[in-house]
Design a binder for this molecule. Sequence first.
Ligand code: PLP
Length: 380
Amino acid sequence: MTGEGFVFSEKPIEIESGSGVTLTASDGTEYLDFGASYACTPLGHSPPAVVDAIREQAEELLYVQGSYPVAARTALQEQLGEVAPGDLSKVWLCNSGTEANEAALKFARSATDRENVVVAKRAFHGRTLGALSLTWKDDYRDPFGPLPGGVEFVPYGDEAALAEAVDDETAAVFLEPIQGEGGVHPAGDAYLRTAREVTEEASAALVLDEIQTGVGRTGTMWACQSAGIVPDVLTAAKGVASGLPLGVTLCADWIAEGAGNHGSTFAGNPVVAAAAGATLTQLQAESVPENAAAVGEHLRAELRAAVDEHDLPVREVRGDGLMIGVEVKRGSMRVLRELALSEQLLALPAGRSVVRLLPPLVIDESHAESAVDSLVEVLG
Ligand SMILES: *Cc1c(COP(=O)(O)O)cnc(C)c1O
């Protein structure tokens, strides 16, 4: 099966190995990975400290049922509680992003005893039925209805529309601080602060989906930190365990009280927990989010300068940290294919017109400049 994101269906690139920012195909070609497989490898591919942690845990114990505390899981829960913003110290673990949002939706409904949810147009929150009901795109939704109801979509970034939609029957507002699949659109700090205010006034839960923006991607551990707000629930997945399947729902106490008997067999698997623990430790020890902020700023500046200098067919360069969208004036898929096949640069689409750059957060300025050169070659 090939999904929509499978860019190279006529000429598939079979990947054999990866190290740091490089992926190597089975024919020996090396690629600079500026997609990080949808932000799943913040430390680059197969980072040694994470691989060691996985190996050690696998030799110790692969799995034990969740009702027995196991050291790797307990340690991860403590670590997540410490890196969580504000008072979101209740940690719920699962196996993917969509499950993390599914849990957030269930907990918010149960904790508020309300049904309605407000979400943004162009939002992407996952593909299981609950999370899919919060996802905008018809392509993803239409074949699978009916979906759970009570969901209202509002224009993203419109403070008045959000304030108007939230009332005392709203269980939760779900938002991505920067919409990823929707085209790399930042909400802006003022919008996030309004979302915090209107949900607080209505005693509704503010759920921030940081599955793509989190774990250092935007230059701080969580994107909400730059807006100076703390949601009631924050969901994470993608890069949190360096590509092993882990979803995280960080909750305030009052939300955790709504957790009821939600559960999952594999949640907090010890090997996955060990991988996540090592990932978070290295992110913090090596100031990786700070690197993402600095190199991201350099990359955006170089991109904008190149667009001006070479008069490239680009409408806008936007984003934060190392979550960057380059809106092009021609089909993004064609640009991506050329970048891969003639420049050995791997990037991602975000809709038909946006080239999305989500490189590992450990890249340096020379990687950034090399990617800009490749874009100039292909777009020039
Ligand atoms: C990828 C993503 C999801 C879904 O995560 P899965 O692990 O694919 O289920 C949800 N929300 C956002 C913002 C994402 O980027």
